[in-house]
Design a protein around this ligand. Sequence first.
Ligand code: 9MG
Length: 283
Amino acid sequence: MNLTPATLICGRHRLDLSYPRVMGILNVTPDSFSDGGRHVALEDALRHGERMLAEGAAIIDVGGESTRPGADEISPQQELDRVAPVVEALVRELDALVSVDTSCPEVMRASAALGAGMINDVRSLEREGALAAATSTGLPVCLMHRQGEPRDMQQAPRYDVPIEEAVADYLAERVAACKAAGLRSERLLVDPGFGFGKTVEHNLRLLNRLERLAALELPLMVGMSRKSMIGKVLERPVEERLPGGLALTALAVERGARIVRVHDVAPSVDAVNMTWAVLKEGC
Ligand code: 9MG
């Protein structure tokens, strides 16, 4: 029986997940790996968010800390200074459903107060104070698997069990920790964390076995857009990874993903909708 909730309550917004949705990436980092920090200025960020919504994004994911391999951590205040004005403007001017990509308790609380509707934490609320902060916001939280920290995670990733088992076990553990802290499962999503402490082979196998995560009975989110797994398989630089990414998106949806986090919203919405049109006929 699939107990995955069809609707997430995201503050003022309801997010229907009875079909797959697209989350648009809005990096507000000066060193963002794929947009070169072009959206740091508030007006640029707002227009970029507006365009992604017009192209069919259901959620805008705003992040102020770069999580690309090798990136250094920044202070909570630096992160807040980057993220808060953008969250506020997207909510106030566009009434957008904003997800905040953060591991920082202060940023979670402040973003929720500004009207954000979701928390996306690549560290699965492991940072001190993050579990309590996320619980207090009342917002849904995406828990993501990773091995190591962005600074060193790609140095020599290895696992003692098949990657899909390692990821499923870790996520099950974090879900249990959230429930023990009072964060109900209706507010949780899970993400295998493609590229976070994984070799290309790990990433490919994980996508192949994505259905293993269905056992968690929570909405599944994935992010593969422009990542190096595409670059390495196809030998493409970052600006030529869209076709490879669309293929991965279609496969992820076929294997149960309900949110796909992407840079290129318009083609991804088409890929998701086309894949879903086929899958619906099998229901
Ligand atoms: C912030 N971020 C970068 N990559 C990501 C991914 O694959 N999933 C999630 N949830 N967040 C990500």
